[in-house]
Design a protein around this ligand. Structure first.
Ligand SMILES: NC(=O)C1=CN([C@@H]2O[C@H](COP(=O)(O)OP(=O)(O)OC[C@H]3O[C@@H](n4cnc5c(N)ncnc54)[C@H](O)[C@@H]3O)[C@@H](O)[C@H]2O)C=CC1
Ligand SMILES: O=C(O)CCC(=O)C(=O)O
Length: 418
């Protein structure tokens, strides 16, 4: 019996079994690699604007501490539970190892609909969450960052709350902060920039001309909107976009800039245009590039059978179920998959740069950040594609295989005492 349960953790467990079989990892070593080292559950009471007190459930899971501090985002969403954040923490470990970062994986969050909170309530909840976690985090223990439902402002509140407790500014306690508060140039855009950069690499592998390519993007938050903008800048036509409120599709291309402005003013795509598309059908429309940038498990076996894209670039974490992966395998690899732990690694890579800059109090310019980001992404992309070709395996198995093996070797070298 384990506290890590539910469909998302099951998915991480199934994927791990596939990788452990591929790497021929001993049965006796498997649990040590898969199960998180630490998991904290907290209650966060806050005063609501109407005077009532509400208690929100929060979590933080630290998957392994073998390579350095743990690292990963904080999610505010209705779906958050221990199983979901544990799976996301496990994926962070493989992601960091694939990119060669000196971190284990972590993830945390609060079960809440952030759109139902006022700004004051959001600040109270963010500060209370960090305050409850102070005994369990630290710049060399566990370093948080943004994820779904959180942003630069939430990171600034986290940093301020931790710093007040320490009696000095500790900017290296979280990443993804505003540049004005010790953040790095480029972190806000990093995940989307990385998704677009790797999508361009995939287009070049498949000899697709960006100026003739079309893309559909599910999710128009940090990752989805920056990816849309960056692909557009590279000449790709964005024909489909959705968020949790609305869905739009136009073969002639959507006005991405107007959409970004609308979301900036209204918080979502609701009311952008009257002419809406059925979100259930969006993912299976013909296009060159499909980018899921929302929740886990949106591409199940049925959706996978219906996909008509040539590149599946996973901006989200865990968008494709293991059953869908099996369908994609059966389809004979006609879709070039850029798996999540490779595709969306730009965020944590630039978070690493932010942490390093904060520790040194020596800051880099935007061009340096992006050039170092692209170097790491290019190497990871090359490693994954070559490993997949060499061993006749999927890109996901190759990416996770590289990540899991690096963690396994690090644990093996350190040994187990007594
Ligand atoms: N922010 C980051 O740096 C990173 C984020 N990710 C992953 O990318 C994904 C998106 O994260 P962010 O963009 O940061 O979140 P966000 O909170 O900025 O945006 C989320 C977007 O998804 C939409 N959405 C939520 N549920 C939906 C549904 N059922 N159908 C359609 N749209 C839906 C929301 O309306 C919003 O547009 C998540 O899986 C996250 O874990 C991965 C790596 C880094
Ligand atoms: O920037 C980070 O530390 C983590 C980003 C994240 O949560 C993710 O890659 O899923």
């Amino acid at each position: 019996m384990t506290i890590f349960q539910g469909p998302v953790f099951d998915m991480a467990r199934k994927q791990f079994t596939t990788i452990a079989d591929y790497l021929e990892i001993d049965e006796s070593d498997r649990e040590r690699l898969l199960y998180p080292k630490r998991a904290v559950a907290i209650s966060c009471p806050i005063h609501l604007d109407d005077g009532r007190t509400a208690v929100f459930q929060g979590y933080r899971v630290q998957h392994h501490l073998t390579l350095g501090p743990t690292k990963g985002g904080t999610r505010f969403a209705k779906s958050v539970d221990m199983g979901e954040v544990a799976a996301l923490a496990v994926w962070m470990s493989w992601k960091c190892a694939l990119a060669g970062l000196p971190y284990g994986g972590a993830k945390g969050g609060i079960t809440v609909d952030p759109s139902a909170l006022s700004l004051r309530e959001m600040e109270a909840l963010s500060r209370r969450y960090m305050q409850e976690l102070i005994p369990f985090v630290g710049p060399h223990v566990d370093v948080m960052a943004p994820d779904m439902g959180t942003n630069e402002q939430v990171m600034a509140w986290f940093m301020d709350t931790y710093s007040m407790y320490q009696g000095r500014t500790v900017s290296e306690i979280v990443t993804g902060k505003p540049v004005q508060s010790g953040g790095t140039e480029g972190r806000r855009e990093a995940t989307g920039l990385g998704v677009a950069h790797l999508t361009a690499r995939a287009m070049s592998e498949l000899a697709i001309d960006p100026s003739r390519a079309t893309a559909i993007i599910q999710g128009f938050g940090n990752v989805g909107s920056v990816t849309a903008f960056e692909l557009l800048r590279r000449g790709v036509k964005i024909i489909g976009v959705s968020d949790h409120t609305s869905c739009f599709f136009d073969r002639n291309g959507l006005n991405v800039e107007a959409m970004v402005n609308h979301v900036g003013r209204h918080g979502s795509l609701r009311g952008f245009e009257a002419d809406e598309f059925d979100p259930v059908d969006l993912l299976i429309q013909p296009c060159d590039i499909l980018i899921p940038a929302t929740m886990e498990r949106v591409i199940d076996a049925d959706v996978a059978r219906g996909l008509k894209c040539r590149i599946l670039a996973e901006g989200a974490n865990g968008p494709t179920t293991p059953e869908a992966d099996a369908v994609l395998e059966d389809r004979g690899k006609d879709i070039f998959v850029i798996p999540d732990i490779l595709c969306n690694a730009g965020g944590v890579i630039v978070s690493y740069f932010e942490w390093v800059q904060d520790l040194q109090q020596f800051f880099w310019g935007y061009d340096e950040v992006v050039s170092r980001l692209n170097q790491i992404l290019d190497k990871s992309f090359h490693d994954v594609v070559e490993r997949a070709k060499r061993d006749g395996i999927s890109h996901r198995t190759a990416a996770m295989g590289i990540g899991v093996n690096r963690v396994r070797l690090a644990k093996k070298k350190r040994g187990l005492f007594p």
